[in-house]
Design a protein around this ligand. Structure first.
Ligand code: PLP
Length: 430
């Protein structure tokens, strides 16, 4: 067991008592001892259509025997082009172009590079400053950790990207605890962008990147009007607005993207996870036509000197096409929308349980914030996670926050089981 240096894991603790998953189907995993585990987190937020979805499995099988790999540098394969058209249709043609990567982290780094190159291409090369937000998570590339705002992701390495500022986060328990949906307080925090503009001048700022709903930091829902205000300010100052939709894209909010849910249009979106139903690694950057077109006026040659060996990998493209078909044929978004109220009622049924200091909920996402054990931050939620797994439900914890994001094909009975077990665990937790 020692050889595998596991990511984002307490390796010593895990290897002393491992949790091993050996198969998955629908909304369940099976562990190595044969126990069924209800998946309350869609893997890592990435399996909206349920595990081992037959159509997606068949599409990947078919592709691997037909075209195992094809380069997309000065070459191509039809499925990559077909998928790009279908993805644009999935955005309701609000976006014009898509650039393929292999992960959310790569999508973020790609979008940041595009933003810098975009301003250069249109004759404003001084626009190099990037603005992220405190508590933001944008993956683990050096670009992503630079604009991200989670100390744990930065303290071991520092950041390499100079010229980054951060907006304040919007979490405020005093004002907003136990709000259902978007909190009332905090839209004015978007105006902090004006302060940053006043400090550096708009002519030096390339882009603002935010998660519409911050996930990895523990489910922070934007205050009412916050994202609209950010959009207005970016437009006013010629700054590109990037939504990192790696967790919110592909139905998590019951709409195709969070941008649709909040009715705010960014200039670029970064995506991954649900894009292929988690079956094959893939990320993608969606851009508005004008961003792409700025590059096309350059003298003949490679317009964007960037890409990955596996950009548009045939297996990933096949998985993604099949995922879009499943979304449409099985009306996954309608199903998720139909569950939304039931989900929220279940979340708020935990109010009053010991140590629960906040409940947050939007779409099919929930955040349950626990009071930390003094001197042992994160320990209370980590214990809940281990107890839940032993009891047959998979939850995810970050610090002392439990983050839930089930497959969108959950049924009410699954919600009852998840919250029934969780309530019992929270009642008995030290
Ligand atoms: N951006 C956001 C908002 C994420 O939640 C994540 C992963 O959870 C990423 C980027 C990074 O994605 P990946 O782990 O695929 O690199």
């Amino acid at each position: 067991m020692g050889a595998f240096w596991m990511p984002f894991t307490n390796n010593r603790d895990f290897k002393a008592s491992p949790r091993l998953l050996v198969s998955a189907a629908g909304v369940h995993y099976r562990d190595i001892d044969g126990n069924q585990v209800l998946d309350g987190t869609a893997g890592l937020w990435c399996v909206p259509c349920g595990h081992a979805q037959p159509r997606i499995v068949a599409a990947v099988r078919e592709m691997v025997g037909t075209l195992d790999f094809a380069p997309t540098f000065q070459m191509g394969h039809p499925t990559a082009f077909e998928l790009a058209e279908k993805l644009m249709a999935y955005t309701n043609h609000k976006f014009g172009h898509v650039f393929y990567t292999n992960s959310g982290s790569e999508a973020v780094d790609t979008a940041l590079k595009m933003a810098l190159a975009y301003h250069k291409a249109r004759g404003e090369p001084a626009r190099t400053r990037l603005i992220g937000r405190e508590r933001g998570y944008h993956g683990v590339g050096f670009g992503g950790i630079s604009v991200g705002g989670i100390a744990g992701n930065r303290k071991q390495y520092g950041t390499l990207l100079p010229g980054v500022d951060h907006l304040p986060h919007t979490h405020n328990l005093e004002k907003n605890a136990f709000t259902r949906g978007e909190p009332e307080y905090g839209a004015h925090l978007a105006d902090e962008l004006e302060r940053i503009v006043a400090l550096h001048d708009a002519s030096t700022i390339a882009a603002v990147i935010v998660e519409p709903v911050a996930g990895s930091t523990g489910v922070l829902i934007p205050p009412k009007g916050y994202l609209k205000r950010l959009r207005e300010l970016c437009t006013k100052h010629g700054i590109l607005l990037i939504f990192d939709e790696v967790i919110t894209g592909f139905g998590r909010m019951t709409t195709p993207f969070a941008a649709d849910y909040f009715d705010v249009e960014p200039d670029m979106m970064t995506t991954a996870k649900g894009l292929t139903n988690g079956t094959v690694p893939m990320g993608a950057v969606f851009t508005k036509g004008f961003v792409h077109d700025a590059f096309m006026d350059a003298p003949a040659g490679i317009e964007l000197f960037h890409g990955y060996t596996y950009s548009g990998h045939p297996l990933a493209c096949a998985a993604s096409l099949a995922t879009l078909e499943v979304f449409e044929e099985q009306k996954i978004l309608d199903h998720a929308a139909g569950l939304q109220e039931y989900w929220a009622d279940a979340v708020y049924s935990l109010k009053g349980l010991p140590n629960v200091i906040d409940l947050r909920c939007i779409g099919l996402i929930a955040g349950i914030e626990l009071a930390p054990i003094p001197g042992k931050p994160g320990m209370r939620a980590y214990t809940a996670f281990k107890k839940a797994f032993a009891d047959g439900v998979l939850i995810r914890v970050t610090g002392d926050i439990i983050a839930l994001s089930p497959p969108l094909v959950f049924e009410k009975a699954h919600i009852d089981e998840l919250f029934g077990k969780l309530a019992k665990i929270l009642k008995d937790l030290d």
